[in-house]
Design a protein around this ligand. Structure first.
Ligand code: ADP
Ligand code: ZN
Length: 513
Protein backbone atom coordinates (compact mmCIF):
# COMPACT_ATOMS: atom_id res chain seq x y z
CA UNK A 1 0.00 0.00 0.00
CA UNK A 2 1.41 3.37 -0.94
CA UNK A 3 -0.47 5.52 1.54
CA UNK A 4 1.75 7.95 3.31
CA UNK A 5 1.07 7.13 6.91
CA UNK A 6 2.80 10.21 8.28
CA UNK A 7 0.68 12.49 6.16
CA UNK A 8 -2.47 10.69 7.28
CA UNK A 9 -1.39 11.03 10.91
CA UNK A 10 -0.74 14.74 10.55
CA UNK A 11 -3.84 15.54 8.55
CA UNK A 12 -6.33 13.63 10.64
CA UNK A 13 -4.90 13.65 14.12
CA UNK A 14 -2.52 16.59 14.02
CA UNK A 15 0.49 14.63 15.29
CA UNK A 16 3.95 15.12 13.84
CA UNK A 17 5.31 11.65 14.37
CA UNK A 18 4.37 8.19 15.51
CA UNK A 19 4.96 6.99 19.00
CA UNK A 20 6.99 3.79 19.43
CA UNK A 21 5.40 0.81 17.66
CA UNK A 22 2.38 2.69 16.27
CA UNK A 23 3.67 2.70 12.71
CA UNK A 24 4.83 -0.92 12.85
CA UNK A 25 1.45 -2.02 14.18
CA UNK A 26 -0.40 -0.09 11.50
CA UNK A 27 1.75 -1.59 8.76
CA UNK A 28 1.11 -5.02 10.12
CA UNK A 29 -2.64 -4.46 10.01
CA UNK A 30 -2.48 -3.03 6.54
CA UNK A 31 -0.77 -6.20 5.40
CA UNK A 32 -3.81 -8.01 6.81
CA UNK A 33 -2.09 -9.82 9.64
CA UNK A 34 -3.50 -10.52 13.05
CA UNK A 35 -1.73 -8.31 15.56
CA UNK A 36 -1.32 -8.17 19.30
CA UNK A 37 -0.37 -4.72 20.55
CA UNK A 38 0.81 -4.33 24.11
CA UNK A 39 1.38 -0.74 25.14
CA UNK A 40 1.30 0.98 28.46
CA UNK A 41 -1.64 3.21 29.32
CA UNK A 42 -1.21 6.46 27.48
CA UNK A 43 1.05 4.79 24.94
CA UNK A 44 -1.29 5.68 22.10
CA UNK A 45 -3.20 2.52 21.29
CA UNK A 46 -6.20 4.21 19.69
CA UNK A 47 -4.30 5.55 16.68
CA UNK A 48 -3.30 1.98 15.87
CA UNK A 49 -6.83 1.18 14.71
CA UNK A 50 -8.22 4.65 14.04
CA UNK A 51 -5.66 5.45 11.40
CA UNK A 52 -6.00 2.17 9.48
CA UNK A 53 -9.77 2.63 9.67
CA UNK A 54 -9.38 5.75 7.55
CA UNK A 55 -7.27 3.99 4.96
CA UNK A 56 -9.00 0.64 4.67
CA UNK A 57 -11.87 0.34 2.19
CA UNK A 58 -14.47 -1.15 4.55
CA UNK A 59 -15.60 -0.55 8.10
CA UNK A 60 -13.52 -1.00 11.25
CA UNK A 61 -15.27 -2.56 14.20
CA UNK A 62 -13.95 -1.61 17.62
CA UNK A 63 -14.93 -3.84 20.52
CA UNK A 64 -14.71 -2.01 23.82
CA UNK A 65 -15.91 -3.05 27.27
CA UNK A 66 -16.70 0.47 28.36
CA UNK A 67 -20.08 1.57 27.14
CA UNK A 68 -19.76 4.72 29.23
CA UNK A 69 -16.70 5.82 27.31
CA UNK A 70 -17.83 5.06 23.78
CA UNK A 71 -19.56 8.37 23.43
CA UNK A 72 -16.43 10.30 24.43
CA UNK A 73 -14.28 8.31 22.08
CA UNK A 74 -16.67 8.80 19.20
CA UNK A 75 -17.06 12.51 20.00
CA UNK A 76 -13.34 13.05 19.91
CA UNK A 77 -13.08 11.23 16.60
CA UNK A 78 -15.87 13.38 15.21
CA UNK A 79 -14.01 16.46 16.41
CA UNK A 80 -11.18 15.34 14.13
CA UNK A 81 -13.63 14.96 11.27
CA UNK A 82 -13.57 11.17 11.37
CA UNK A 83 -16.83 9.40 10.66
CA UNK A 84 -17.45 7.21 13.67
CA UNK A 85 -20.44 5.98 15.65
CA UNK A 86 -21.28 3.48 18.33
CA UNK A 87 -24.07 1.00 18.92
CA UNK A 88 -24.82 -0.15 22.44
CA UNK A 89 -27.53 -0.77 24.96
CA UNK A 90 -27.56 2.85 26.14
CA UNK A 91 -29.38 3.70 22.90
CA UNK A 92 -33.02 3.18 22.02
CA UNK A 93 -33.87 0.51 19.48
CA UNK A 94 -34.67 3.25 16.95
CA UNK A 95 -31.33 4.87 17.48
CA UNK A 96 -29.54 1.56 17.06
CA UNK A 97 -31.51 0.89 13.90
CA UNK A 98 -30.57 4.31 12.59
CA UNK A 99 -26.87 3.60 12.95
CA UNK A 100 -27.19 0.12 11.48
CA UNK A 101 -28.74 1.61 8.36
CA UNK A 102 -26.17 4.36 8.19
CA UNK A 103 -23.41 1.77 8.40
CA UNK A 104 -25.05 -0.21 5.62
CA UNK A 105 -25.05 2.97 3.55
CA UNK A 106 -21.31 3.31 4.20
CA UNK A 107 -21.67 6.53 6.12
CA UNK A 108 -19.17 5.56 8.81
CA UNK A 109 -15.61 4.26 8.85
CA UNK A 110 -15.59 3.14 12.48
CA UNK A 111 -18.16 1.63 14.76
CA UNK A 112 -17.68 0.98 18.46
CA UNK A 113 -19.53 -2.04 19.84
CA UNK A 114 -19.85 -3.65 23.23
CA UNK A 115 -19.08 -7.38 23.26
CA UNK A 116 -22.63 -8.03 24.48
CA UNK A 117 -24.09 -6.43 21.35
CA UNK A 118 -22.48 -8.73 18.82
CA UNK A 119 -25.08 -11.43 19.08
CA UNK A 120 -27.86 -9.26 17.72
CA UNK A 121 -25.82 -7.60 14.98
CA UNK A 122 -25.62 -10.59 12.64
CA UNK A 123 -27.80 -8.73 10.13
CA UNK A 124 -25.44 -5.84 10.12
CA UNK A 125 -22.42 -8.10 9.69
CA UNK A 126 -24.07 -9.76 6.73
CA UNK A 127 -24.57 -6.49 4.95
CA UNK A 128 -21.32 -4.57 5.37
CA UNK A 129 -17.66 -5.07 4.54
CA UNK A 130 -15.52 -5.29 7.61
CA UNK A 131 -11.89 -4.43 7.02
CA UNK A 132 -10.57 -4.61 10.53
CA UNK A 133 -11.68 -5.81 13.94
CA UNK A 134 -10.00 -4.03 16.85
CA UNK A 135 -10.45 -5.49 20.31
CA UNK A 136 -9.63 -2.92 22.95
CA UNK A 137 -8.75 -3.91 26.52
CA UNK A 138 -8.20 -7.39 25.16
CA UNK A 139 -6.96 -8.72 28.52
CA UNK A 140 -10.64 -8.78 29.56
CA UNK A 141 -10.89 -12.07 27.65
CA UNK A 142 -8.40 -13.81 29.91
CA UNK A 143 -9.31 -15.19 33.28
CA UNK A 144 -5.60 -14.86 33.95
CA UNK A 145 -5.69 -11.13 33.48
CA UNK A 146 -6.86 -8.84 36.23
CA UNK A 147 -10.07 -7.61 34.69
CA UNK A 148 -11.85 -10.64 33.32
CA UNK A 149 -15.23 -9.98 31.68
CA UNK A 150 -17.40 -12.94 30.77
CA UNK A 151 -18.85 -11.16 27.73
CA UNK A 152 -15.39 -11.16 26.21
CA UNK A 153 -15.12 -14.93 26.16
CA UNK A 154 -17.40 -15.12 23.13
CA UNK A 155 -15.12 -13.01 20.99
CA UNK A 156 -13.23 -16.07 19.83
CA UNK A 157 -15.96 -16.64 17.27
CA UNK A 158 -15.03 -13.46 15.38
CA UNK A 159 -12.06 -15.12 13.72
CA UNK A 160 -14.21 -18.03 12.58
CA UNK A 161 -16.93 -15.71 11.37
CA UNK A 162 -14.48 -13.39 9.55
CA UNK A 163 -11.49 -15.58 8.74
CA UNK A 164 -9.88 -13.16 6.32
CA UNK A 165 -10.37 -9.99 8.35
CA UNK A 166 -7.35 -8.97 10.41
CA UNK A 167 -7.87 -8.70 14.13
CA UNK A 168 -5.96 -6.23 16.27
CA UNK A 169 -5.99 -7.04 19.99
CA UNK A 170 -4.88 -4.20 22.25
CA UNK A 171 -4.03 -4.16 25.91
CA UNK A 172 -1.97 -2.28 28.45
CA UNK A 173 -1.69 -5.06 30.89
CA UNK A 174 -0.50 -8.46 30.08
CA UNK A 175 2.05 -10.67 31.63
CA UNK A 176 3.47 -13.25 29.27
CA UNK A 177 0.94 -15.92 30.11
CA UNK A 178 -1.99 -13.56 29.63
CA UNK A 179 -0.62 -12.48 26.27
CA UNK A 180 -0.54 -16.05 25.03
CA UNK A 181 -3.99 -16.63 26.41
CA UNK A 182 -5.41 -13.58 24.60
CA UNK A 183 -4.03 -14.75 21.27
CA UNK A 184 -5.32 -18.27 21.78
CA UNK A 185 -8.78 -17.32 22.93
CA UNK A 186 -9.26 -14.88 20.08
CA UNK A 187 -8.08 -17.57 17.64
CA UNK A 188 -5.54 -15.17 16.20
CA UNK A 189 -3.59 -16.63 13.31
CA UNK A 190 0.18 -16.24 13.70
CA UNK A 191 -0.26 -12.91 15.41
CA UNK A 192 2.56 -10.43 15.20
CA UNK A 193 3.14 -9.21 18.70
CA UNK A 194 4.39 -5.74 19.54
CA UNK A 195 5.37 -4.88 23.06
CA UNK A 196 6.12 -1.22 23.60
CA UNK A 197 8.45 -0.35 26.41
CA UNK A 198 6.61 -0.08 29.67
CA UNK A 199 9.21 2.25 31.03
CA UNK A 200 7.67 5.53 32.12
CA UNK A 201 10.75 7.35 33.26
CA UNK A 202 8.83 10.44 34.30
CA UNK A 203 6.98 8.59 37.06
CA UNK A 204 8.80 8.51 40.36
CA UNK A 205 8.13 5.41 42.44
CA UNK A 206 7.90 5.36 46.19
CA UNK A 207 6.63 2.95 48.83
CA UNK A 208 5.84 4.14 52.36
CA UNK A 209 4.64 2.27 55.41
CA UNK A 210 0.94 2.79 56.03
CA UNK A 211 1.39 4.98 59.04
CA UNK A 212 -0.91 7.99 59.49
CA UNK A 213 -1.83 7.74 55.86
CA UNK A 214 -4.33 10.59 55.81
CA UNK A 215 -1.87 12.96 57.46
CA UNK A 216 0.83 11.97 55.01
CA UNK A 217 -1.55 12.53 52.12
CA UNK A 218 -2.61 15.94 53.38
CA UNK A 219 1.02 17.01 53.83
CA UNK A 220 1.73 15.81 50.34
CA UNK A 221 -1.19 17.67 48.74
CA UNK A 222 -0.38 20.82 50.73
CA UNK A 223 2.94 21.01 48.97
CA UNK A 224 1.31 20.93 45.54
CA UNK A 225 -1.84 23.02 45.71
CA UNK A 226 -2.33 23.29 41.96
CA UNK A 227 -1.60 19.74 40.98
CA UNK A 228 -4.24 17.15 40.55
CA UNK A 229 -4.02 13.51 41.45
CA UNK A 230 -5.83 10.27 42.13
CA UNK A 231 -5.96 8.32 45.39
CA UNK A 232 -6.79 4.68 44.77
CA UNK A 233 -8.53 2.82 47.58
CA UNK A 234 -9.67 -0.74 47.98
CA UNK A 235 -13.22 -0.09 49.15
CA UNK A 236 -15.98 2.28 48.16
CA UNK A 237 -16.36 3.29 51.77
CA UNK A 238 -12.72 4.36 52.03
CA UNK A 239 -13.00 6.54 48.92
CA UNK A 240 -15.88 8.42 50.55
CA UNK A 241 -14.19 8.72 53.93
CA UNK A 242 -10.99 10.12 52.51
CA UNK A 243 -12.77 12.49 50.15
CA UNK A 244 -14.70 13.81 53.12
CA UNK A 245 -11.58 14.30 55.24
CA UNK A 246 -9.92 16.19 52.42
CA UNK A 247 -13.01 18.30 51.74
CA UNK A 248 -13.14 19.28 55.41
CA UNK A 249 -9.80 21.01 55.16
CA UNK A 250 -10.74 22.75 51.94
CA UNK A 251 -9.26 20.43 49.32
CA UNK A 252 -11.44 19.96 46.26
CA UNK A 253 -11.84 16.22 46.45
CA UNK A 254 -14.52 13.79 45.26
CA UNK A 255 -15.18 10.12 45.64
CA UNK A 256 -15.66 7.88 42.61
CA UNK A 257 -16.72 4.25 42.57
CA UNK A 258 -19.00 1.88 40.72
CA UNK A 259 -21.72 2.22 43.39
CA UNK A 260 -22.42 5.86 42.52
CA UNK A 261 -24.98 6.60 39.88
CA UNK A 262 -23.88 7.42 36.38
CA UNK A 263 -24.80 11.06 36.68
CA UNK A 264 -22.53 11.63 39.68
CA UNK A 265 -19.76 9.61 38.16
CA UNK A 266 -19.67 11.61 34.96
CA UNK A 267 -19.86 14.89 36.93
CA UNK A 268 -16.81 13.85 38.94
CA UNK A 269 -14.99 12.72 35.85
CA UNK A 270 -15.71 15.96 33.99
CA UNK A 271 -14.76 18.12 36.97
CA UNK A 272 -11.47 16.26 37.25
CA UNK A 273 -10.70 16.53 33.56
CA UNK A 274 -11.50 20.26 33.62
CA UNK A 275 -9.31 20.86 36.68
CA UNK A 276 -12.29 21.85 38.83
CA UNK A 277 -11.77 18.90 41.13
CA UNK A 278 -8.20 18.47 42.35
CA UNK A 279 -8.31 15.02 43.90
CA UNK A 280 -10.36 11.97 43.05
CA UNK A 281 -10.52 9.28 45.71
CA UNK A 282 -11.44 6.26 43.69
CA UNK A 283 -11.68 2.54 43.43
CA UNK A 284 -10.10 0.93 40.41
CA UNK A 285 -13.36 1.65 38.57
CA UNK A 286 -11.88 5.07 37.87
CA UNK A 287 -9.46 5.69 35.11
CA UNK A 288 -9.85 3.22 32.31
CA UNK A 289 -10.00 5.37 29.24
CA UNK A 290 -9.89 8.71 31.04
CA UNK A 291 -7.77 10.96 28.91
CA UNK A 292 -6.33 13.55 31.27
CA UNK A 293 -2.73 14.21 30.48
CA UNK A 294 -1.76 16.36 33.47
CA UNK A 295 -2.46 14.03 36.39
CA UNK A 296 0.60 14.89 38.49
CA UNK A 297 0.45 12.14 41.09
CA UNK A 298 -1.18 8.85 41.99
CA UNK A 299 -1.35 7.52 45.53
CA UNK A 300 -2.30 3.98 46.44
CA UNK A 301 -3.93 4.20 49.82
CA UNK A 302 -4.18 0.42 49.84
CA UNK A 303 -1.98 -2.28 48.44
CA UNK A 304 -3.09 -3.17 44.89
CA UNK A 305 -4.05 -6.76 44.07
CA UNK A 306 -1.29 -7.28 41.58
CA UNK A 307 1.46 -5.56 39.68
CA UNK A 308 -0.52 -5.29 36.43
CA UNK A 309 -3.24 -3.28 38.12
CA UNK A 310 -0.74 -1.19 40.05
CA UNK A 311 1.21 -0.37 36.94
CA UNK A 312 -1.85 0.58 34.99
CA UNK A 313 -3.08 2.83 37.79
CA UNK A 314 0.19 4.70 38.33
CA UNK A 315 0.34 4.97 34.54
CA UNK A 316 -2.55 7.42 34.67
CA UNK A 317 -0.12 9.99 36.04
CA UNK A 318 2.10 12.03 33.76
CA UNK A 319 0.76 11.07 30.38
CA UNK A 320 2.09 14.42 29.16
CA UNK A 321 5.57 13.13 29.90
CA UNK A 322 6.28 15.64 32.69
CA UNK A 323 7.64 14.49 36.05
CA UNK A 324 4.92 12.95 38.20
CA UNK A 325 4.94 11.25 41.56
CA UNK A 326 3.52 7.97 42.75
CA UNK A 327 3.28 6.70 46.30
CA UNK A 328 2.18 3.29 47.50
CA UNK A 329 1.23 2.75 51.11
CA UNK A 330 2.10 -0.72 52.24
CA UNK A 331 -0.03 -2.20 54.96
CA UNK A 332 -0.05 -5.60 56.53
CA UNK A 333 -3.80 -5.31 57.17
CA UNK A 334 -4.45 -4.80 53.47
CA UNK A 335 -2.37 -7.82 52.68
CA UNK A 336 -4.50 -9.99 54.96
CA UNK A 337 -7.71 -8.66 53.50
CA UNK A 338 -6.53 -9.06 49.91
CA UNK A 339 -5.37 -12.59 50.65
CA UNK A 340 -8.84 -13.37 51.84
CA UNK A 341 -10.46 -11.92 48.69
CA UNK A 342 -8.03 -13.71 46.43
CA UNK A 343 -8.48 -17.07 48.07
CA UNK A 344 -12.25 -16.81 47.78
CA UNK A 345 -12.25 -15.75 44.14
CA UNK A 346 -11.77 -17.77 41.00
CA UNK A 347 -8.29 -18.86 40.07
CA UNK A 348 -7.29 -18.43 43.69
CA UNK A 349 -3.80 -19.82 43.41
CA UNK A 350 -2.77 -17.48 40.62
CA UNK A 351 -4.34 -14.46 42.29
CA UNK A 352 -2.58 -15.25 45.55
CA UNK A 353 0.76 -15.62 43.83
CA UNK A 354 0.30 -12.33 42.04
CA UNK A 355 -0.59 -10.67 45.31
CA UNK A 356 2.53 -12.14 46.88
CA UNK A 357 4.55 -10.69 44.02
CA UNK A 358 2.96 -7.30 44.69
CA UNK A 359 4.03 -7.51 48.32
CA UNK A 360 7.53 -8.48 47.30
CA UNK A 361 7.65 -5.38 45.15
CA UNK A 362 6.60 -3.24 48.09
CA UNK A 363 9.16 -4.90 50.36
CA UNK A 364 11.93 -4.79 47.80
CA UNK A 365 15.32 -3.31 48.44
CA UNK A 366 16.36 -2.99 44.81
CA UNK A 367 15.40 -0.50 42.11
CA UNK A 368 11.62 -0.62 41.86
CA UNK A 369 11.49 0.19 38.18
CA UNK A 370 13.68 -2.80 37.43
CA UNK A 371 11.19 -4.96 39.25
CA UNK A 372 8.23 -3.57 37.34
CA UNK A 373 9.93 -3.81 33.99
CA UNK A 374 11.20 -7.32 34.58
CA UNK A 375 7.66 -8.28 35.58
CA UNK A 376 6.57 -7.25 32.10
CA UNK A 377 9.46 -9.13 30.55
CA UNK A 378 11.72 -6.14 29.95
CA UNK A 379 15.18 -6.79 31.30
CA UNK A 380 17.22 -3.75 32.19
CA UNK A 381 20.59 -3.60 33.84
CA UNK A 382 20.74 0.06 34.89
CA UNK A 383 19.09 1.31 38.06
CA UNK A 384 16.54 4.03 37.37
CA UNK A 385 17.55 6.81 39.75
CA UNK A 386 13.90 7.82 40.12
CA UNK A 387 12.60 5.48 42.82
CA UNK A 388 12.92 5.63 46.58
CA UNK A 389 15.43 2.79 46.65
CA UNK A 390 17.67 4.39 44.05
CA UNK A 391 17.46 7.72 45.83
CA UNK A 392 18.19 6.19 49.19
CA UNK A 393 19.92 2.90 48.53
CA UNK A 394 20.40 0.23 51.16
CA UNK A 395 23.89 -1.23 51.62
CA UNK A 396 24.89 -3.70 48.92
CA UNK A 397 27.36 -6.55 49.01
CA UNK A 398 28.83 -8.76 46.32
CA UNK A 399 26.21 -11.49 46.06
CA UNK A 400 27.65 -13.12 42.95
CA UNK A 401 28.39 -16.47 44.61
CA UNK A 402 24.93 -16.58 46.20
CA UNK A 403 23.36 -15.76 42.87
CA UNK A 404 25.41 -18.40 41.07
CA UNK A 405 24.39 -21.03 43.60
CA UNK A 406 20.72 -20.16 43.41
CA UNK A 407 20.58 -19.88 39.64
CA UNK A 408 22.47 -23.11 39.08
CA UNK A 409 20.15 -24.87 41.53
CA UNK A 410 17.22 -23.63 39.48
CA UNK A 411 18.90 -24.91 36.35
CA UNK A 412 19.68 -28.30 37.92
CA UNK A 413 16.05 -28.62 38.94
CA UNK A 414 15.19 -28.01 35.29
CA UNK A 415 13.24 -24.85 36.13
CA UNK A 416 10.44 -27.05 37.31
CA UNK A 417 10.21 -26.18 41.01
CA UNK A 418 8.81 -23.33 43.07
CA UNK A 419 10.72 -21.29 45.62
CA UNK A 420 10.32 -23.57 48.64
CA UNK A 421 11.77 -26.66 46.96
CA UNK A 422 14.65 -24.68 45.51
CA UNK A 423 15.56 -23.48 48.98
CA UNK A 424 15.21 -27.01 50.39
CA UNK A 425 17.47 -28.22 47.63
CA UNK A 426 20.08 -25.54 48.27
CA UNK A 427 20.00 -26.27 51.97
CA UNK A 428 20.25 -30.02 51.49
CA UNK A 429 16.96 -30.67 53.24
CA UNK A 430 15.95 -34.27 53.73
CA UNK A 431 12.25 -34.05 53.12
CA UNK A 432 9.78 -35.64 50.75
CA UNK A 433 9.84 -32.81 48.21
CA UNK A 434 13.52 -33.65 47.67
CA UNK A 435 13.56 -37.42 48.11
CA UNK A 436 10.47 -38.19 46.06
CA UNK A 437 12.18 -36.84 43.00
CA UNK A 438 15.64 -38.00 44.03
CA UNK A 439 16.99 -34.49 43.91
CA UNK A 440 19.60 -35.42 46.51
CA UNK A 441 21.68 -37.02 43.74
CA UNK A 442 21.90 -33.88 41.65
CA UNK A 443 24.99 -31.73 41.64
CA UNK A 444 24.71 -28.58 43.80
CA UNK A 445 22.33 -30.28 46.26
CA UNK A 446 23.14 -28.80 49.65
CA UNK A 447 25.61 -26.17 48.44
CA UNK A 448 23.75 -23.49 50.35
CA UNK A 449 23.60 -25.03 53.78
CA UNK A 450 25.48 -22.06 55.29
CA UNK A 451 22.57 -19.69 54.62
CA UNK A 452 19.31 -19.85 56.56
CA UNK A 453 16.01 -20.83 54.99
CA UNK A 454 14.58 -17.36 55.48
CA UNK A 455 17.61 -15.64 53.98
CA UNK A 456 17.62 -17.90 50.93
CA UNK A 457 14.01 -17.00 50.31
CA UNK A 458 14.84 -13.33 50.50
CA UNK A 459 17.87 -13.65 48.24
CA UNK A 460 15.95 -15.51 45.57
CA UNK A 461 13.19 -12.92 45.72
CA UNK A 462 15.88 -10.30 45.23
CA UNK A 463 17.13 -12.24 42.20
CA UNK A 464 13.59 -12.28 40.82
CA UNK A 465 13.30 -8.57 41.47
CA UNK A 466 16.56 -8.01 39.66
CA UNK A 467 15.29 -9.94 36.64
CA UNK A 468 17.62 -12.98 36.82
CA UNK A 469 14.73 -15.35 37.23
CA UNK A 470 10.95 -15.13 37.19
CA UNK A 471 7.87 -16.81 38.59
CA UNK A 472 5.65 -18.71 36.15
CA UNK A 473 2.32 -17.98 37.78
CA UNK A 474 0.38 -20.31 35.57
CA UNK A 475 2.72 -23.24 36.10
CA UNK A 476 2.50 -23.76 39.84
CA UNK A 477 4.87 -20.83 40.45
CA UNK A 478 7.83 -22.67 39.03
CA UNK A 479 10.89 -20.48 38.96
CA UNK A 480 12.38 -19.99 35.52
CA UNK A 481 15.67 -18.45 34.49
CA UNK A 482 15.73 -15.38 32.28
CA UNK A 483 18.35 -14.52 29.70
CA UNK A 484 20.12 -12.40 32.33
CA UNK A 485 20.80 -15.53 34.36
CA UNK A 486 23.15 -16.80 31.69
CA UNK A 487 25.37 -13.79 32.20
CA UNK A 488 25.78 -14.72 35.84
CA UNK A 489 26.22 -18.43 35.26
CA UNK A 490 28.49 -18.34 32.24
CA UNK A 491 29.86 -14.86 31.73
CA UNK A 492 31.01 -13.93 35.19
CA UNK A 493 28.55 -11.08 35.66
CA UNK A 494 28.63 -9.67 39.20
CA UNK A 495 25.45 -9.44 41.25
CA UNK A 496 24.83 -6.90 44.00
CA UNK A 497 22.50 -8.05 46.75
CA UNK A 498 21.37 -6.32 49.90
CA UNK A 499 21.66 -7.72 53.38
CA UNK A 500 18.47 -9.41 54.44
CA UNK A 501 16.56 -7.21 56.84
CA UNK A 502 13.50 -7.97 58.81
CA UNK A 503 11.42 -5.15 57.47
CA UNK A 504 9.29 -3.58 60.11
CA UNK A 505 6.63 -1.85 58.09
CA UNK A 506 4.04 -3.94 59.84
CA UNK A 507 5.05 -2.74 63.30
CA UNK A 508 4.85 0.85 62.20
CA UNK A 509 1.33 0.24 61.13
CA UNK A 510 0.07 -1.35 64.28
CA UNK A 511 0.38 2.08 65.87
CA UNK A 512 -1.89 3.53 63.22
CA UNK A 513 -4.74 1.15 63.84
P1 ADP B 1 -3.98 4.42 25.35
O1 ADP B 1 -5.28 3.97 24.77
O2 ADP B 1 -2.82 3.59 24.93
O3 ADP B 1 -4.01 4.62 26.84
P2 ADP B 1 -4.49 6.78 23.82
O4 ADP B 1 -4.69 6.16 22.49
O5 ADP B 1 -5.68 7.26 24.55
O6 ADP B 1 -3.63 5.84 24.76
O7 ADP B 1 -3.43 7.95 23.65
C1 ADP B 1 -2.95 8.65 24.78
C2 ADP B 1 -2.70 10.10 24.41
O8 ADP B 1 -1.61 10.21 23.51
C3 ADP B 1 -3.89 10.74 23.71
O9 ADP B 1 -4.03 12.05 24.23
C4 ADP B 1 -3.47 10.76 22.26
O10 ADP B 1 -4.10 11.80 21.56
C5 ADP B 1 -1.96 10.95 22.36
N1 ADP B 1 -1.25 10.41 21.20
C6 ADP B 1 -1.42 9.20 20.61
N2 ADP B 1 -0.56 9.03 19.59
C7 ADP B 1 0.19 10.15 19.53
C8 ADP B 1 1.26 10.59 18.66
N3 ADP B 1 1.73 9.82 17.69
N4 ADP B 1 1.80 11.81 18.90
C9 ADP B 1 1.33 12.57 19.92
N5 ADP B 1 0.32 12.24 20.74
C10 ADP B 1 -0.24 11.03 20.55
ZN1 ZN C 1 15.18 2.82 40.78
Amino acid sequence: MTTNLHATLKENFGFEKFRPNQEEIINCILSEQDTLAIMPTGGGKSICFQLPALILPGITIVISPLIALMKDQVDSLKANGIKACFINSSQSTEEQQFYIQALQANEFKLVYLAPESLSYLENLFNSITISLIAIDEAHCISAWGHDFRPAYTNLGYLKNRFPSTPILALTATADKATRTDIAEQLNLVNPQTFVASFDRKNLSLEVRPALDRVKQIIDFIDRKPNESGIIYCLSRKTTEEIAEKLQKIGIKASAYHAGLDNQIRSTVQDAFINDECQVVCATIAFGMGIDKSNVRWVIHYNLPKNIEGYYQEIGRAGRDGLPSETILFESYGDMIQLQKFASEGSNAQVQLSKLERMKQYADALSCRRKILLSYFGELVTENCGNCDICKNPPAFFDGTIIAQKALSAIARLKESEALAVIVDFLRGSKNASIFDKEYQYLKTYGIGIDISWYDWNQYIIQLINLGFCEIAFHQQNKIKLTSLAKKVLFEGEKVQLTTVQKIDKTKAEIKER
